[in-house]
Design a protein around this ligand. Structure first.
Ligand code: UDP
Length: 328
């Protein structure tokens, strides 16, 4: 039997690159499609690479005519909440219109398995925490809306065209390849853990804490940090489910435990042994005080068992990667 062939769209980015590496290591045939707008060619460490853009429908049609794919994983989206508020058109065009191009090209070629990188941002400001999958969907920014719109499109495409999909709602993706080969390289970086570690390595003067007056035990926001490798293992399990003919579904991916910004900084000081200067800043617009996943469904239905669920390990892996970047 030949190995399943998976198209990883956005395989040069942070999570996509870890996925490509895992799939290739596990014997899948992998092709990455990426426009390298935010990803890196040298982050693709397995399979074949095609430089291409989802806006280019004829190119997608050619790709699907030339090669056979058993499933598509889609990681290629813009992810900055603040930017999505200022430039919604950019977000709707890339995250929705370009995803539609991809889905329509798949449907026209009869490719019927799709795994989608969704987000906890679909829930907006939650009224219950931990957040279960059936919590109301009320995104509070264009980024979150693009993710929820695509999830709804996927539901309609299943009904009409039989496209089976799994939407994986990430909480706070963090950490890096345990082997130290890959990691997070967003420019500009806006995420807490890589920014804290830049302050530890000296690549940034300090870490800015956005608000200490939230209704949380230490006043800083609480998030559910989940290791990138564990996110990828959930994708692998979701893929296997679709290959076995399972129905479309959506899952939260988080560890179910929350850490405050202050706790992340304290743990980073411990893990790195470095001094990390802190500067207090006002709240960042649109930050809910507490986002923690109820991820029991992924554990029960996908058989997902996060391997790197301690904050220390997540930060230690991210720190190894930061030190590598700092030496470049
Ligand atoms: N945060 C912070 N300083 C930073 C970056 C983030 O205090 O330089 C806070 C942010 O306000 C939020 C938490 O860290 O409460 C996680 O933010 P991040 O951007 O990493 O992820 P998000 O939860 O927004 O997806």
């Amino acid at each position: 039997m030949t190995s399943p062939h998976i198209l990883v769209v956005g395989g040069a980015g942070y999570i996509g690159s870890h996925m490509v590496k895992m799939l290739a290591a596990q014997g899948y045939a992998v092709t990455t499609l990426d426009n390298l707008s935010t990803g890196y060619r040298d982050a693709i460490v397995g399979g074949e690479f095609i430089h291409g853009d989802l806006a280019d429908r004829p190119a997608l049609d050619r790709l699907f005519a030339e090669q056979t794919f058993d499933a598509v994983m889609h990681f290629a989206s813009y992810i900055q909440v603040g930017e999505s508020v200022k430039e919604p058109a950019k977000y709707y065009e890339n995250n929705v219109t370009n995803t539609l191009n991809l889905l329509d090209a798949m449907v026209s070629r009869g490719i019927k398995r799709f795994i989608f990188s969704s987000s906890a941002a679909v829930y907006g400001d939650p009224h219950t925490v931990p957040i279960p999958e059936n919590h109301s969907k009320d995104p509070i920014n264009p980024y979150g809306r693009t993710k929820w719109i695509v999830e709804q499109i996927l539901s309609d495409y299943d009904t009409a065209y039989g496209l089976k999909s799994v939407s994986l709602r990430y909480f706070n993706a963090a950490g890096a390849d345990p082997q130290g080969q890959l990691g997070e390289r967003h420019e500009p970086e806006t995420h807490l853990i890589p920014l804290v570690l830049r302050a530890a390595s000296g690549r940034a003067p300090d870490i800015k804490v956005f608000g200490r007056d939230y209704d949380t035990p230490d006043g800083t926001c609480i998030r559910d940090y989940v290791h990138v490798e564990d996110l990828c293992s959930a994708h692998r399990l979701a893929l296997d489910g679709l290959m076995q003919g399972k129905a479309s579904s959506a899952y939260n991916l988080g560890n179910g435990s929350g850490f405050s910004v202050a706790e992340v900084i304290a743990t980073s000081i411990q893990v790195t042994g470095c001094n990390i200067p802190v500067t207090d800043q006002p709240r960042r617009a649109g930050d809910p005080p507490r986002l923690v996943a109820d991820a029991r469904r992924a554990r029960a239905e996908l058989g997902w068992h996060p391997q790197f669920d301690s904050l220390d390990t997540i930060i230690a892996h991210a720190w190894a990667w930061e030190q590598k970047l700092a030496k470049r």
